[in-house]
Design a protein around this ligand. Sequence first.
Ligand code: KIV
Ligand code: ZN
Length: 521
Amino acid sequence: MNQNSSSAADDRLIIFDTTLRDGEQSPGASMTKDEKVRIAKALERLKVDVIEAGFAIASPGDFEAVKAVAAAVKDSTVCSLARTSPQDIERAAEALQPARRKRIHTFIATSPIHMRDKLRMQPDDVVAAAVGAVKLARQFTDDVEFSPEDAGRSEPDFLHRIIEAVIDAGATTINVPDTVGYTLPHMFGELIRNMRHAIPNADKAIFSVHCHNDLGLAVANSLAAVLNGARQVECTINGLGERAGNASLEEVAMAIRTRRDQFSCDHGLDTQHIMSCSRLVSGVTGFPVQPNKAIVGANAFAHESGIHQDGVIKSRETYEIMRAEDVGWSEQHIVLGKHSGRNAFKTRCEELGISFASQGELDEAFKRFKILADKKHEIFDEDLHALVSDVAQAEDRIVFQSLQYQASSDKPPQVDLQLSIDGQCQQVQATGDGSVDAVFRAIEQLVASGAEMRLFSVNAITQGTDAQGEVTVRLARNGRIVNGQGADTDVIVASAKAYVHALNGLQHMEQRMHPQAGEAI
Ligand code: KIV
Ligand code: ZN
């Protein structure tokens, strides 16, 4: 790619992370408030400029999560998504109140198909709604972003018109989404270049892009836009997001760092924290990272073939264009062990964004840490995250209590399971086609959820044969999908916890609003 037309005065590229909003829109990837806060703290350590924490009006839970992230984050700007209605903007502003730096991101669809079939609005009314929303948002903050949804399929003349109007109304960032991942890099680059040249007040706003990966082009399209003057990229950790996902933060960040010769701008990320963010997001959402995924996949820096290994040993540059340590591959270190005290435990947890609401909660977590440290001598950050993710929430109806099982290669397994359901302890025995099946049958005998299992996967959280196994169970019921996670040094116990977690998730899932599904209100 050539540096064709970037004349942007600013050589700083803003990294806007939307893992907690667009990433969470992936079916099954919903996160609790505490999980969002932990991820936000990890993104802040990575030095992400803007963290989109959620869609505040979606549900009371989403509102509380945006508010908690706004209160926890000190360095990054915290953003909430809002449609153009006054209720949306006001709810976003309210949730962002505790933030040191806040941004309201308002959007409305601009493509003919979305305006006609989804919004059922005339183009003039769409412009008026966008201008009204931006003006209202400016009453709460100077930092207002506007997105013409489905810009990739919108008519350029209409895009120019609405963008000029919202900049006049006070929008400071114009984000151009390729909502359905339809554009090709040369087209998307040209779209951005033309906007910057044709819109009279373009110099008053920062141009941003938000690309989806339906054709596997989200990163390429984002980079083409940067080469044409975009100075903000919206992206997610591990490329999480609706359908095929969003542009992956780690790929955008490392492409720009590795090919600085091609870009007239750079971002301010501390890339050594990429791996820990990737592991955290994967652990919390239960979306594993494919081994051959660029930058963060297990094989990304592994040299399998003899010829490659020989080359790398003689001179690493023969086959390596980046250093594994620059993205944090060597960062996984032992942080605590059997002899670590309460203070060391609490301090490390705080560094990871894990907080305890009361002394009792800390005592309980420390007790579980000690039990884990007895089974597993080296405790990594990933183990601490799993330890706190495993705690039952106050509103959980079903709580895992204990499991005994017998397995042998010649006889069917026997499990004896205890759960607490609505505060009542219940016990059941079951058998099945393997221990995991027997455990799931036992749970269903007690709960009769009627949920359909869509996925079961097991990953080791850290290295070593004593590593905790992290199990993900995906359940579907009435069109809702949730992932449940459970971790334990015994994968059968982890499976039981994951199934229970998913069942609770199904129950918690209120009718959350999807920002892009409804009509404009
Ligand atoms: O993909 C999209 O268009 C979005 C907008 C809300 C920015 O996520
Ligand atoms: Zn999106």
